[in-house]
Write a protein that binds this ligand. Structure first.
Ligand code: FES
Length: 92
């Protein structure tokens, strides 16, 4: 199963292939914060440090919100991310 590594804590989390990052975090003690859970508030903005290509590409709307919270090109909204392979992330 794909592994999510949180670089700021060293914590790891396994996600079903094609699974929701949000759901996996809710089912564990993952060091990730969420607000609206619908892609609007930006609280969950992440910077994908490794494996950005292992995520389903973000929609224009998702990337627009994420860009308001991080200038990093690999910024994504954790509540919208679908994981297909290993990634390393940190909060924005
Ligand atoms: S939790 Fe609000 S945008 Fe993700």
């Amino acid at each position: 199963m794909p592994t999510v590594t949180f670089s700021h804590t060293g914590a790891t989390l396994e996600v079903e292939p094609g699974g929701s990052f949000l759901t996996a975090c809710e089912d564990s003690d993952a060091p990730a914060d969420f607000g609206c859970q619908s892609g609007a508030c930006g609280v969950c903005t992440l910077v994908v440090e490794q494996g950005a290509g292992n995520l389903i590409p973000g929609t224009e709307e998702e990337l627009e919100v994420a860009s308001q919270f991080s200038s990093e090109a690999t910024a994504r909204l954790g509540c919208q991310v679908v994981v297909n392979g290993d990634i390393t992330v940190r909060p924005a």
